[in-house]
Write a protein that binds this ligand. Structure first.
Ligand code: ZN
Ligand code: ZN
Length: 284
């Protein structure tokens, strides 16, 4: 796996790669703008040129990097106004990703707000079809597995499979597996056997070939808790063995594995080292 972390863009997106480099990232994830703001940012030519030349200079031009969509977006919002806002913001996210040369845009599928899973799944697919009709992007849309808090869609692999079936432009779709979320949702990954079982379940639903990225997080909450609380690697209920097994899986060698653990840059740096050691190819 290409190990990295979520990198802050504070101070400007042109700082992304220097920061990533200093943390020991082999890949990375960013927000393409302030994730808690509806208003869409437009990057001018010089900022974009700067971003691309920095990427090259820090040798990230050959690796897929990903972005995480704004937390405000809900592709199955009940209120028409909120839905419209979400769809518009989502389209702008896709455009910014293309400008920045980002390979995958990770998005939480959505929260149905009481209308039910089936309704939510159909509404999310409608929103994606609408967005892809307005703007046909280079970037892939990566649906993230979720922990199953509240009315959130995506805690069952079958949810993601159904959304993907309903999307017309299937090659634009992929999956981001968050280890903390699937564990919280009741998919065990603590041993060789349980990993094999969970991978089989993925393969039987959306298909393992759809997995384009991982979020690498341990869990502060117990198995099947339906609570989304990230912990540093080997410091939660998932434990070291699970990540050792994952780090050595050949089939995910080329895809980004992104830490989203609490504690800031010092913890990121330490966790990146830890994961590289688990993979057994630490060159740093
Ligand atoms: Zn995540
Ligand atoms: Zn999470």
């Amino acid at each position: 796996m290409k190990i990295g972390c979520h990198v802050s863009i504070s101070g400007g997106i042109q700082n992304t790669f220097e920061r990533a480099d200093s943390l020991g990232c082999e890949s990375l994830q960013i927000f393409t703008q302030n994730q808690r703001q509806w208003k869409s940012v437009e990057y001018d030519q010089s900022t974009l040129q700067n971003f691309h030349s920095e990427r090259k200079q820090h040798h990230f031009d050959g690796v897929p990097i990903i972005a995480h969509a704004s937390y405000l977006i809900n592709l199955c919002a009940q209120e028409p106004e909120k839905l419209e806002k979400s769809r518009r913001a989502f389209i702008e996210e896709l455009k910014r990703c293309d400008q920045l040369g980002i390979a995958g845009l990770v998005i939480h599928p959505g929260a149905h707000g009481g209308n039910g899973e089936e309704w939510g799944i159909a509404a999310i697919a409608d929103s994606i079809n609408y967005a892809l009709d307005v703007y046909n992007p280079q970037v892939q849309i990566l649906l993230e597995t979720t922990a199953g808090q509240g009315t959130g869609i995506g805690s069952r692999f079958a949810h993601l499979k159904k959304i993907m079936e309903l999307v017309i432009l299937k090659p634009k779709m992929g999956i981001c597996v968050d280890t903390c979320h699937i564990f919280a949702a009741g998919y065990d990954i603590r041993s060789e056997e349980s990993w094999a079982d969970t991978l089989q379940k993925m393969d039987d639903s959306f298909g393992l070939e759809q997995v384009a990225a991982f979020h690498l997080n341990d869990s502060k909450k117990e198995f099947n808790s339906h609570r989304d609380r990230h912990a540093p690697i080997a410091e939660g209920y998932i434990g070291a063995e699970s990540f050792e097994i994952l780090m050595q899986m050949e089939r995910f060698k080329e895809i980004p594995g992104i830490l989203e653990v609490p504690g800031g840059d010092a913890v990121f740096m330490e966790n990146i080292k830890r994961l590289k050691n688990m993979r057994g190819k630490d060159k740093s």
